[in-house]
Design a protein around this ligand. Structure first.
Ligand SMILES: [Zn+2]
Length: 285
């Protein structure tokens, strides 16, 4: 699997001179499978740049196909959709797997952001590509783009978000962003540890420093300590830091990374490789 980061920022796009090294776009990750499939995770503003790149290949000719995994429908995870050029090319095919419990509920939520009050697109029906919306059943593995995918629901403030475990030929990538920590210092649950267990790459949000999380616990995000605790307990090989708070500068993220390294070492995770996600960078597993 080839994993590429198109948007690594949390909550709202944060472009500007202070965020240029890690990037200011919101959540979007692409996974090119070994078998030639494409899985896109989340549709934050980074999706626009992925789309522009895809237009140079099969998606520009109407021969593209991808699965889109949606963790939840907060703006920073859906706002790129109306600016994703491949949905305006007839022949392309997208299958969206996400929360909501039923395809009708999820489609209605996505349709809502196309309302004329919010978007000139007016409706998902104005997409030219096939756009098939499906609801994920948590804990029941399904196949998309010829890889095995399992979803797990975790708390996220007043709502929940989905984590995804993607498996192909013995390689495992887990995407777990916007992971709420309702109780201070509770640590990852046994369920979460089992879901992340042994991953080649665990991408986990490191939205906050502990002192900022303490002031904003109801927003439903993790610190680098929470991510380090999960990575260590689940004995993953690599931890990817993700979804940095919009107010953090590049220098703040550098400091977050150093603190996360120290947290891993302190918790017995010295062998875990730490990768801070940056827009445009890739990992291969
Ligand atoms: Zn988010």
């Amino acid at each position: 699997m080839r994993i590429k980061f198109w948007g690594v920022r949390g909550s709202i796009p944060a472009p500007g001179p202070d965020t240029i090294r890690y990037g200011g776009n919101t959540s979007c990750v692409s996974v090119h499978t070994r078998d030639g499939g494409l899985v896109i995770i989340d549709m934050g503003t980074g999706l626009m740049h992925l789309g522009n790149t895809l237009m140079a290949g099969a998606f520009g000719k109407g021969n593209g196909r991808a699965a889109i995994l949606l963790s939840h429908t907060h703006w920073d995870h859906i706002q790129g959709l109306g600016f994703f050029p491949p949905v305006f090319v007839p022949g392309n095919q997208f299958t969206v797997w996400g929360p909501g419990g039923s395809p009708e509920v999820l489609e209605a939520i996505l349709e809502g952001q196309m309302d004329p009050n919010f978007s000139p697109l007016q409706s998902l029906k104005n997409f030219s590509a096939a756009f098939d919306v499906r609801a994920v059943a948590c804990g029941e593995p399904f196949e998309a783009e010829r890889v095995r995918i399992t979803a797990r629901e975790h708390p996220h403030g007043t709502t929940t978000a989905l984590a995804f475990r993607i498996e192909e030929a013995g390689r495992v990538f887990v995407y777990a962003s916007d992971v709420g920590q309702p109780t201070a210092g509770a640590g990852p649950t046994p369920d979460a540890i089992a879901f992340y267990r042994g991953a080649d790459v665990l991408l986990h949000d490191t939205t906050y420093r502990p002192e900022d999380q303490a002031r904003r616990r109801n927003r439903g995000f993790s610190t680098y300590e929470d991510a380090a605790a999960a990575a260590t307990a689940a004995a993953v090989k690599r931890l990817v830091m993700f979804h940095y708070d919009q107010d953090y500068t590049d220098d703040d993220v550098d400091a977050l990374c150093a603190s996360c390294r120290a947290a891993l070492d302190r918790r017995g995770g010295a062998a875990i490789e730490l990768v801070p996600a940056r827009e445009g960078e890739e990992l291969e597993i």
